[in-house]
Design a protein around this ligand. Structure first.
Ligand SMILES: *Cc1c(COP(=O)(O)O)cnc(C)c1O
Ligand SMILES: [Zn+2]
Length: 404
């Protein structure tokens, strides 16, 4: 671990590590559930120390980690494969296309990275209960990581979350409270719970270490590409915290003088859950009016990290776009059928965005590596693809029955 302090991403005030827990004491005062978070904190490290101590031949990733290794949960998280997908790349006019398969985390999504670090923090603080609101994956991730420790997880989740995700949470032993309402309702309730009844709140971006946990995917991508900065990274966007985390990983590398530029970040949202896209395009924030997308993990009315996501796009000279559910399910099938990687609809949203981008005026033309983040495993929601495929009927086990 390297010494760090927290800095408010809105006003720039800095805080000693234990002087603050969630939001900036000043900007956070103006926050109330139902608007994007204000006063989100970022960890600012002693970057000279990182520069001095980081050794590419033997990388110590704990230099970038804001919780001491002795508190890390025992369950291994991250270090997921980054694979080159030439067959798909050729179809999209890209000579160096890669997929980072974060569905291969223990609970099947990138959210394990954030939960890992928040559970580590709870252990450091001696707190025994962690509370979270989730569309499904953050909760499964928290439940899985907690299961490897003696920390308890209390989870508020929309009752309509896909079955497999609910099964995961319950089986991992979390206390699960399905909410008769939306993810946004669950988010507000969990804040009220920790404020009045206690526990450490893991809500995305509200706890600053969720962003720090998610940034590890960028450190890995950089190393897996032979310490090369990709040309672009495609990220599915709901609350905008994965996007913010991907950005922070490269910002940390840049501040430490280990890279000299950021990759272009391309944020992809579902057409009905497009608050961040419209915010980036117009500069004016307004909620998504009716997020009905099948990509449940990115179905958000009011994205908690809307401000941070917009900054990430602007600072990386990236862009955002939206895709329809049909494009998402088509991309899911294409990714599965061309690469062997089966990712849930929210994961395939990044791929759908790339397909759309390559067919238009903003297409990526450079020859540098382009990375699709596959954020969650396909088996988490088999109902979604079943709406457009059919399983062949059974035949008698005799050769004559086969027309193949
Ligand atoms: C949470 C999630 C996302 C979106 O991340 P945000 O931080 O909410 O933008 C994308 N894909 C999957 C599989 C997720 O679980
Ligand atoms: Zn502030």
């Amino acid at each position: 671990m390297t010494p760090f302090s927290y800095r408010c991403t809105d006003c720039g005030r800095t805080y000693a590590r234990d002087a603050v827990r969630y939001l900036c004491s000043v900007c956070g005062e103006a926050y109330r559930p139902g608007i994007p978070l204000l006063g989100v904190l970022e960890a600012v490290f002693d970057y000279e120390a990182i520069h001095r101590d980081f050794d590419r031949a033997n990388p110590d990733w704990n230099l970038f980690c804001p919780v001491e290794p002795e508190f890390h949960p025992p369950i291994p998280v991250g270090n997921t494969p980054l694979g080159r997908v030439d067959r798909l790349g050729a179809e999209l006019g890209l000579s160096s296309l890669w997929v980072k398969n974060d569905g291969l985390n223990p609970s099947g999504s990138l959210k394990d990275r954030a939960s890992f670090l928040v559970v580590a923090e709870a252990r450091r603080l001696g707190m025994e209960l962690i509370v979270a609101a989730s569309t499904g994956n953050a909760a499964s991730a928290l439940a899985a990581v907690c299961a490897s420790t003696s920390t308890r997880a209390l989870i508020f989740v929309p009752e309509k979350a896909p079955k497999a995700k609910l099964v995961q949470m319950v089986l991992y032993g979390a206390q699960v409270v399905p909410i008769q309402g939306t993810y946004d309702d669950a988010f507000a309730l969990s804040l009220e719970y920790t404020a009045k009844r206690g526990g450490l709140n893991r809500n995305t971006a509200y706890h600053p270490l969720t962003i720090e946990g998610k940034k590890t995917v960028s450190l890995e991508i950089w190393a897996q590409l032979g310490f090369q900065v990709p040309e672009a990274i495609l990220v599915s966007v709901g609350d905008g915290v994965i996007l913010g985390g991907v950005h922070k990983g490269f910002v940390d590398l840049q501040r430490a003088g280990l890279i000299d530029r950021l990759p272009r970040l391309i944020g992809v949202q579902a057409e009905t859950s497009d608050a961040i896209h419209r915010y980036v395009e117009s500069g004016v924030y307004s909620d998504a009016t009716n997020p009905t997308t099948r990509a449940d993990s990115i179905s958000v009315t009011c994205p908690s990290n809307a401000h941070g996501a917009r900054r990430a796009i602007e600072e990386s000279q990236g862009l955002t776009l939206t895709v329809t559910d049909e494009e998402i399910l088509e991309a899911q099938a294409q990714l599965a059928g061309r690469t062997g990687i089966f990712t849930e609809p929210a994961g395939a949203t990044a791929m759908a965005g790339l397909t759309k981008l390559q067919g238009g005026p903003n297409r990526i033309t450079g020859s540098g590596p382009v990375v699709i983040l596959a954020t969650g495993h396909g088996l988490k929601d088999v109902e979604a693809p079943l709406s457009r495929i059919s399983i062949p009927l059974a035949v008698p086990p005799v050769l004559e029955a086969l027309t193949l």
